[in-house]
Design a protein around this ligand. Structure first.
Ligand code: NAD
Ligand code: IPM
Ligand code: MN
Length: 356
């Protein structure tokens, strides 16, 4: 039997609600198998900060690093809460984990599953993955402000792009495209962001010469948002910078039938550090505590986690159960727990065709 150590960070708002369902699914799909997850619960987030003043201590980080993988719900309080310093939790916890654990690939797949109520009337076969850079760009905190609060305030937020950082994520994206439909789209804003744009474009061009079988194209990020709505089936693998990838993947969630379906993996492909899996959405303070959150994104994040740990069969069973549940949706409201229960029972109850 193989025992894997899983760090759980349920976090704030709907985070604990959706993680509860995701763990139920993980337990169901591993029950009776030769793999077991030993879970450690970390109480982190806005709630912990308001209680203790801690965001993420060195001890927390060291303990989390010792796990095989991390499952996170969502962190962050109500936007604008005066008791939370701006970006305190987001930067000090979520980004700190991504940076410290070198999650340079932020993998965000999008599929429009059969029967899903996508807001797009006609969309064709949508199955793409955004490879979002996870450790650089405007997220690094390279900036500062002077004359704050005066009419002469100057606020700089510098996007950092290194040849090393861009190349490693671009290479990952090419490998991903090679294992899929062999199409890669670079999304940037090279018409305005000339320095970083040039680094991204020249890196893609150079690596492309090693992958003659892959069709490579380019879109400015503003035009990319058009095609996400008018022709999302054109995409296979998209590689892009940290901030563009953040924005595009909320849009991707929306077209796929709702942000409650969008899963992600913060991956350290080298395996030096544990990778971290989480829904694309946040803590949703507007619906927290009401059992209104769709736990599917968290459950599909478990599928990504299982894939990452080499448990492809279990990952496939989770996805099949989710696809079946989505296909059976008739629009009547269900609680978070009811959706989790339905997916668990699709896993534990043999499908009809197998029972004959
Ligand atoms: P959000 O994703 O939390 O919510 C946006 C909208 O989507 C809300 O109307 C919400 O009700 C809805 N929604 C989100 N998840 C849903 C689900 N599973 N089912 C149904 N509806 C869902 O974004 P926000 O309001 O901008 O951010 C709220 C807080 O979460 C902020 O503090 C933000 O910084 C934080 N945040 C954290 C993460 C993370 O931990 N990875 C990601 C995004 C935002
Ligand atoms: C996400 C979130 C985070 C991001 C925030 C909360 C730091 O929006 O995971 O998409 O911008 O990466
Ligand atoms: Mn986001």
């Amino acid at each position: 039997a193989r025992t894997l150590k899983l760090a759980l960070i349920p976090g704030d708002g709907i985070g604990p609600e959706v993680v509860t369902e995701a763990v139920k699914v993980l337990d169901a799909v591993t029950a009776g198998s030769d793999v077991a997850f030993e879970k450690t619960h970390f109480s982190l987030g806005a709630a912990r900060f308001l209680e203790t003043g801690d965001v993420l201590t060195d001890d927390d980080l060291a303990a989390i690093s010792g796990h095989d993988a991390i499952l996170l719900g969502a962190v962050g309080g109500v936007p604008g809460d005066p008791r939370l310093k701006n970006a305190n939790i987001e930067r000090g916890l979520l980004l700190k984990l991504r940076f410290a654990l070198d999650h340079y690939v932020n993998l965000r797949p999008t599929t429009i599953y059969p029967g899903v109520p996508s807001p797009l009337a006609s969309h064709g076969d949508v199955d793409f993955v955004v490879v979002r850079e996870g450790t650089e760009g405007p997220y690094v905190g390279n900036g500062g402000a002077i004359r704050v609060g005066t009419p002469h305030e100057i606020a700089n937020e510098v996007s950092v792009n290194t040849a090393y950082g861009v190349e490693r994520v671009v290479r990952y994206a090419f490998e991903k495209a090679a294992s899929r439909r062999k199409k890669l789209t670079l999304v940037h804003k090279t018409n305005v962001l000339v320095f970083s744009g040039s680094l991204w474009q020249s890196t893609v061009n150079r690596v492309a010469s090693e992958y003659p079988e892959i069709a490579v194209d380019y879109l400015h990020v503003d035009a990319a948002t058009i095609f996400f709505v008018t022709d999302p089936a054109r995409f296979d693998v998209i590689v892009t910078d940290n901030l563009f990838g953040d924005i595009l993947t909320d849009l991707a969630g929306a077209i796929s039938g709702g942000i409650g379906l969008a899963a992600s993996g913060n991956i350290n492909p080298d395996g030096t550090y544990p990778s971290m899996f989480e829904p694309v959405h946040g803590s949703a303070p507007d619906i927290a505590g009401q059992q209104k959150a769709d736990p599917t994104a968290a459950i599909l994040s478990v599928a990504l986690l299982l894939d990452h740990l080499g448990l492809a069969d279990q990952a496939a069973r989770v996805r099949e159960a989710v696809v079946a549940d989505i296909a059976a949706r008739d629009g009547s409201p269900r609680t978070t727990t009811q959706i989790g229960d339905a997916i668990v029972s699709a896993i534990t109850t043999p499908a009809l065709e197998n029972s004959h």
